[in-house]
Design a protein around this ligand. Sequence first.
Ligand SMILES: [Zn+2]
Length: 96
Amino acid sequence: MAVPSRGPRGNRKNQNPRRKKRVYHRRKVCRFCADSSLVISYKDPKSLRYFITERGKIIPRRLSGCCAKHQRTLTHAIKQARTIAFLPFVGSVEIR
Ligand SMILES: [Zn+2]
C-alpha cells in the first residue's frame, strides 16, 4: 500500500505549531440527576439496555455521562439483571 501524498502544502489542518487547538466539550449532565423521576432498577431491563453495548458490555461513565453515584447503581442493577437473565452477559456476536 502506497503512502498517501500530502501535496505541496500538506493536508494537515493545523500546521502552525504555536496555535493551540481549542477543544470544546460540552459537559454531559447525568440524566438521573436531571430527572429524579427516572429510577434505576434491575426489574426494568428495557431502560438498562440503553447502558449496555450490543455485545452486552456496560457503557463507561465517560460515554454514558452518568455521575459516579448513578453509574454505580446502574452497574449494580445491570449485574443483578444479568443474573436473573433479564440482560445478557454476552450479546450477539456479528459473524463476518
Ligand atoms: Zn447522577
